[in-house]
Design a protein around this ligand. Sequence first.
Ligand SMILES: [Zn+2]
Length: 117
Amino acid sequence: MLFIGHSSCGAIKAASGDYAGLEPAIVKELDTIRIDKGVANIDGVTRNVHNQVADALADFADKVKEGHLLVVGAVYDFNNDMKQGAGKLKVIDVNGESDPARIKLLLAGDESKHGAY
Ligand SMILES: [Zn+2]
């Protein structure tokens, strides 16, 4: 399961501002984006990705625990807001792990098994 946010996201921009006066259907959608008001867009984007991963981990806890499901959160940063190169898809969350070095290990799991043969 893969959640992808992106830089310069209009939904995140709206959710981090005062949207109370917008149409009720839009307000209802924006209410589901749990980020702080006034945050930088890329920070709101990454927070939202982590939130989506956390929600999925709660919803599918059994499948994740059994090893049948990997929940991955990533940001497509076409603006280079994360200063790691424009146009990169940056994985920022794997099953709730957000430490870059540990993410690398988690994603390399199968590779390391192959190395043991
Ligand atoms: Zn967007």
